[in-house]
Design a protein around this ligand. Sequence first.
Ligand SMILES: *Cc1c(COP(=O)(O)O)cnc(C)c1O
Length: 232
Amino acid sequence: MSSSSPDSAPQSIAARLAAVQARMAAAAREAGRDPADVTLVAVTKTQPWGRVKALIEAGQTVFGENRVQEADDRWGASEAEGLAGDVRLIGPLQTNKAEAALARFDVIETVDRDRLAEALARAADKLGKRPRVLVQVNTGEEPQKAGIAPRDADAFIARVRDVHGLSVEGLMAIPPVDEAPGPHFALLAKIARRNGLPVLSMGMSGDFETAIRLGATHVRVGTALFGERDPG
Ligand SMILES: *Cc1c(COP(=O)(O)O)cnc(C)c1O
């Protein structure tokens, strides 16, 4: 197929959304799961507002953002337009931005250290808001990646609940890019199961079907919805 073929014309955002939803539903059914038990989190980082708006108009309601400031800019403006989404933080959070994050996000998926849990608990008291959080697990134990090490996860989850008083809904992970994701998803599911946590945020554009087979309740998808980012 040449690059001028009509088949390679950019698909509309609504068509991409429908295609991703169909693939998610098929993966859920193959695994004997109810497709309604898997939520699509549309990852909007770096996307211009017009494309996010097109996705909202196509019916998408749940969004993932990587940075507090970018989310404030994007969703602050959207509220002025009367458009809202359920926005989750999926990127690393600095302790000094805990309060801003709590004010902005419905769910914070990246709690991975005591100082951050403590800062969120303090911000929660101040804002009178009950944080909904996931614990990020560094399943590949990559030094450059955020997340608690798998062997420390049980104790950390207990401290987030019992010492910091936050309600932990589940776990989130980003497997190493150069490894098969399945074992990482299975490990995350196992840690969640033994800690009685119902929510599993795992799987991105390249591997969300595998994640759904292994129990994901939330898949975080950017590229498959928006296409590759424009070069330059
Ligand atoms: C960017 C990002 C995604 C989405 O990745 P795609 O491959 O574009 O679907 C998911 N999760 C996190 C934490 C991300 O930063």
